[in-house]
Design a protein around this ligand. Structure first.
Ligand code: 13P
Ligand code: SF4
Length: 323
């Protein structure tokens, strides 16, 4: 059907979400990337928000931020290409200092990571002496270096409770912090950072979805405002939402999160109905097949971290992984 046998075989995985004509347009880049990976001894880590042609077509390791951080350490590849945003590539580099880590577009940022600087964290520490600082991995290495421990949306509650203290500072996602505070007895001091994708969902959206799609099961990411999480049937990280769908097999479901995520899960569950309000992350969408191909051809853009901050940032990530 397609020019390439490899792309032809891979099409089976995505046939419910990508049209044959679209896939034909992707086939050349997919073949070239698969060959370049072998040539460079490279692996591609892809976050759940990557488009299906990347997620199902060329990625070796897929998952949420926590899974990507853990799996990055297990690879014996010389080169790691991160199909995700800059903080994910920095985390991969922190955990793999001897490997070459590439990001296909240096502009793939994150509104949460951009909301806070290392100087802000130092001021917070002065303001709240002795209160541990838990920092979401959606942050720069410089911010991680000023923190006591990292967390992801998948382990935030466990990390906060593991500290055994009555009060913590949790940065930079205000809504994640508020959602975790609602689940624990720990007082949480927040920072006013927001994810530009998830902050757009509202409780009214959930009401409208329930009215328009009877019986729909609503899953929400904890970066959504607390009013959305309160209205949802389940809240969890991108991996937790994928696991929920696989386990519970809701006949009709909506994921209040970035919209490629629904495409990627729908491809694996063509018998379920996914209602898809589409909120795109412009940063995640900067990563494309042609840019991944170019990254492997030119070995750019290499992610480096100032050695003066790398050791402290790595310590915060490793403390999280140890819990
Ligand atoms: P998780 O995949 O860890 O749930 O994170 C979501 C996210 O917004 C990453 O940018
Ligand atoms: Fe950042 Fe939100 Fe985009 Fe994730 S979805 S990279 S948190 S802006």
């Amino acid at each position: 059907m397609f020019v390439s046998l490899q792309a032809d075989r891979l099409y089976e995985r995505v046939r419910s979400v990508i049209l044959p004509a679209e896939w034909s347009a992707f086939a050349g880049d997919i073949d070239a990337i698969l060959a370049l990976k072998r040539e460079r001894n490279a692996v591609i880590l892809a976050h759940n928000y990557q488009t299906p042609e990347i997620f199902h077509g060329v990625a070796d390791i897929v998952g949420d931020s926590l899974a990507l951080a853990r799996e990055a350490m297990k690879t014996d590849a010389d080169v790691i290409v991160v199909a995700g945003v800059h903080f994910m590539a920095e985390t991969a580099k922190l955990l793999n200092p001897g490997r070459t880590v590439l990001i296909p577009d240096l502009r793939a940022g994150c509104s949460l990571a951009a909301s806070i600087t290392a100087a802000d964290v130092r001021l917070l520490r002065q303001r709240w002496p002795g209160v541990p600082i838990v920092t979401y991995v959606n942050s720069s290495a410089a911010v991680k270096a000023e923190s006591d421990i990292c967390c992801t949306s998948g382990n935030a509650r466990r990390i906060v409770e593991s500290l055994g203290v009555p009060k913590v500072i949790m940065l930079p996602d205000e809504y994640l912090a508020q959602n975790i505070a609602a689940e624990t007895g720990v007082e949480i001091i927040t920072w006013a950072g927001h994810c530009e994708v998830h902050e757009r969902f509202s409780a009214a959206d959930v009401h409208q979805l329930r009215a328009g799609h009877p019986g729909i099961v609503v899953l929400a990411h904890p970066e959504c405002p607390p009013e959305v999480v309160a209205e949802a049937d389940f809240a969890g990280s991108t991996a937790a939402m994928a696991d929920y769908v696989t386990r519970e097999r809701p006949a009709r479901v909506v994921l209040m999160t970035e919209c490629s995520m629904s495409d990627n899960i729908a491809a694996l569950n063509p018998d379920l109905e996914f209602v898809r309000p589409c909120n795109l992350c412009p940063h995640m969408k900067r990563i494309t097949l042609p840019k991944i191909r170019r990254a492997l051809e030119t070995m750019r853009h290499e992610v480096t971290i100032d050695p003066a901050i790398a050791a402290a940032a790595r310590r915060s990530v490793e403390r999280m992984l140890a819990i």
